[in-house]
Design a protein around this ligand. Structure first.
Ligand SMILES: [Zn+2]
Length: 448
């Protein structure tokens, strides 16, 4: 898919209200993915992704009174750690405040205009109105990079986008069907291809925060894409570790990691959760979080654009399976796939069930590191039990030294036992592993 959409990069959003419909190469059950590029009232880009031919109304105008927002953040280098910090202190006054009870990610209706002018959508991506990163080198209001050993800084160029997974306000990603999940994958792939080609962008980071415990204020199912002008600290460490592994063994670190977890999949203390034909999910050996799963394509690729059609085709089943197991960890897998409807996206339903708050962080190779870095997901929850959260405190926040009181091998066993619907966990009890075996065969089940 990436190859077909890359040609459109740079045209979108630069020529006033656009009306482009492009056939992306990907095909699936419901035909090729198409994208329609248009513009919001303040000039921000909005892209609709549809399976098959998009319905009429994709280019309906945004009728809100919005002034354009000028980007003005800067990035500063911590001279002690080498970590970049984005400083976005100059947020402009908002000129448009949607009432708190009106979701800005739901489709627009007469009398209630949102960020999505269309009356309905499948997947929609738009530029964040108040981004912490925006613009390009050369035209950004913050001066160009200053290279000083103690005070290195530069303009906060890049882009922050919002990805709406569905028009259904009350759904969660885990509630989506495989076809929609494939469409989200196609959107992530398209954003990766387009944003990584932009000047000043070092890495494209796709992620989803789910749950009030993570700080999510909008319950509507959505994720974000950041086009970063620097290599973030966690990626920088991986680059270093991969180089050391290569020097010591002559092999790729991620290849060895995935191979080792797959080889141990049937063993007593296996950390493998799902072993598909093209994807493998496992709890990492030194997991930082109570429940943390890493998902890799079995064949190493630097980013979403490197995936083959076969790998894309298997992804929706694996990813939904994983998210549903997460939802079942604390008794939240009630089979309805629905949250409490209280807007939190993760709270209980009154019966002691708690959907797992999570962060789904997609790691992709930054520019220049495509040879060694591997596309993978790091999915984790800050919840330890149905009534306990893990807070980052003295050791974690102060020293970046994690203390995990859930053994990774135990976490893996619980996730395996939950089954693909996540519905078998005993509500409110995480002290014992779920005893009920999943019903029905799935390819994703680990070999046991
Ligand atoms: Zn909504």
């Amino acid at each position: 898919m990436a190859a077909t959409v890359t040609g459109a990069s740079g045209q979108a959003g630069t020529t006033g209200p656009a009306d482009t419909v492009e056939q992306a190469g990907a095909t699936g059950r419901n035909g090729a993915t198409t994208r329609t590029v248009t513009e919001l009232a303040d000039g921000r880009e909005l892209i609709y992704y549809d399976r098959g031919t998009p319905p009429a109304g994709r280019t309906v105008a945004d009728r809100r009174p919005l002034d354009a927002v000028e980007p003005s953040s800067e990035v500063r280098l911590d001279p002690m750690t080498g970590a970049w910090v984005t400083v976005a202190a100059h947020r402009q006054a908002r000129t448009y405040h949607p009432p708190a009870d009106e979701c800005p990610l739901c489709p627009s209706r007469e009398g209630r205009l949102s960020e999505i002018p269309a009356a309905d959508y499948q997947v929609a991506v738009f530029e964040n109105r108040f981004p912490s990163l925006a613009g390009e080198p050369g035209t950004h209001p913050v001066p160009p990079a200053l290279d000083d050993p103690l005070h290195s800084r530069g303009p906060g160029v890049g882009r922050c986008e919002v990805v709406c997974f569905t028009a259904d306000h009350d759904a969660s990603f885990a509630d989506l069907d495989e076809d929609r999940t494939r469409l989200v994958l196609d959107a992530w792939t398209d954003r990766t291809a387009e944003l990584s080609a932009r000047p000043g962008v070092q890495q494209v980071y796709c992620f989803e925060n789910r749950g009030t415990e993570i700080g999510v204020t909008l319950a509507h199912p959505h994720g974000q894409v950041y086009a970063l002008p620097f290599v973030p600290p966690r990626t920088a460490k991986m680059i270093d570790r991969a180089a050391r592994h290569r020097a010591a063994t002559g092999r790729n670190l991620f290849d060895d990691l995935v191979a080792a977890e797959r080889a141990a999949a049937g063993a007593e203390n296996s950390r493998t959760v799902l072993a598909g034909e093209h994807w493998t999910a496992f709890v990492p050996f030194a997991a930082r979080w109570p429940y943390e799963v890493h998902l890799f394509p079995n064949r190493r690729v630097p980013d979403f654009t490197g995936l083959t059609e076969a790998e894309r085709a298997e992804f929706p089943r694996i990813y939904l399976d994983l998210l549903r197991r997460f939802d079942g960890l604390f008794g939240g897998g009630d089979g309805s796939g629905r949250g409490s409807g209280d807007g939190s996206g993760s709270a209980g339903d009154g019966g002691g069930r708690v959907r797992a708050p999570y962060i789904a962080a997609w790691h992709q190779a930054p520019a220049g590191h495509e040879d060694e870095l591997a596309l993978h997901l790091e999915l984790f929850t800050v919840r330890r039990t149905a009534d306990k959260l893990k807070y980052l405190a003295g050791t974690e926040s102060g020293m970046e030294a994690f203390m995990n009181d859930v053994a990774p091998e135990y976490a893996a066993r619980r996730l395996r036992d939950l089954g693909p619907t996540g519905a078998t966990a005993p509500a409110g009890d995480t002290a014992t592993a779920a005893a009920t075996a999943p019903t029905g065969p799935t390819h994703g089940e680990p070999q046991r």
